[in-house]
Design a protein around this ligand. Structure first.
Ligand code: HEM
Length: 229
């Protein structure tokens, strides 16, 4: 009985998620369309900043390091913002926030791809032996790589058509975002612990803990209620 109820709820959740994705990006009131354009443009700021610094010769003594760090940090920022959509929607009742989630998640992937490309191309020049040697010295890179690999299926299935096609499985697959969040913090923490500079990883770790902890609390409460019913 309980499993039937859980399955029904999960199917309903998947339908809602698919329906949200299925809604056209151009649908909705005019202000919403403008808000989406504003978010879309604002999300280019990190890349524009790198290009501007590059053109004005302000990337510092080690430009590759600057770009790797900047794109890594912005990947994490977009991951956190994407993960904040659901709690904010539930706490404020602003369902419209869901209309931004796909775009924000895709920007997380975009900056992760730039971060990864900077490393394998501009830092290592596709030299596999050099990369393996580096990974041996700095194992935190493997954790970042795992997070990036997990982001790929989410980006590939982020379209409305894929959400419709996968149905309930779409929601299960997109729960990978929680593992990605944990791996991203681990990658950041591990990297900075080698430099004895944990101030930022602690802040992002606390934000991630709050975002994932909230979901765990909601899930546990729902389970306890379902048992009591
Ligand atoms: C979701 C995926 C990823 C996230 C969220 C992420 C995030 C970060 C963050 C926040 C930093 C530190 C930035 C700072 O110093 O302020 C960083 C550094 C770094 N990441 Fe990633 N990363 C990811 C994937 C990857 C991948 C796939 C690679 C390479 C295969 C990679 C390689 C590196 C390297 C080498 C550094 C250190 C740069 C340095 O020492 O200057 N990361 N990453």
């Amino acid at each position: 009985m309980e499993s039937t109820t859980t399955a029904a709820r999960s199917a309903k959740g998947a339908q809602q998620a698919s329906a949200t994705n299925a809604r056209s990006a151009t649908s909705g009131p005019r202000w919403l369309r403008w808000a989406k354009v504003a978010v879309f443009v604002a999300a280019w700021y990190p890349l524009a900043r790198i290009v501007f610094f590059g053109v004005t010769d302000r990337l510092g003594a080690n430009p590759i390091e600057f770009i790797t760090r900047s794109t890594g940090l912005w990947t994490l920022v977009f991951l956190c913002i994407t993960l904040a959509v659901t709690p904010l929607r539930r706490l404020t009742g602003w369902n419209v926030l869901l209309r931004f989630r796909r775009m924000l998640g895709l920007y997380a992937f975009f900056y992760a791809a730039l971060h990864f490309t900077t490393y394998i191309w501009f830092d290592k020049w596709f030299d596999v032996a050099a990369m393996l040697k580096d990974i041996g010295k700095r194992p935190f890179i493997t954790v970042g790589f795992a997070a990036f690999v997990l982001l790929i299926p989410l980006a590939v299935t982020s379209t409305k058509a894929m959400a419709r096609r996968l149905g309930r499985r779409w929601q299960s697959l997109h729960r990978l975002i929680y593992a990605i969040g944990v791996l991203a913090i681990l990658h950041f923490w591990w990297m900075k612990s080698g430099k004895h500079d944990l101030a930022l990883p602690k802040i992002y770790g606390a934000i991630m803990l709050a975002l994932l902890g909230w979901r765990l609390a909601v899930w546990l409460t729902a389970r306890v209620r379902a048992r009591g019913a």
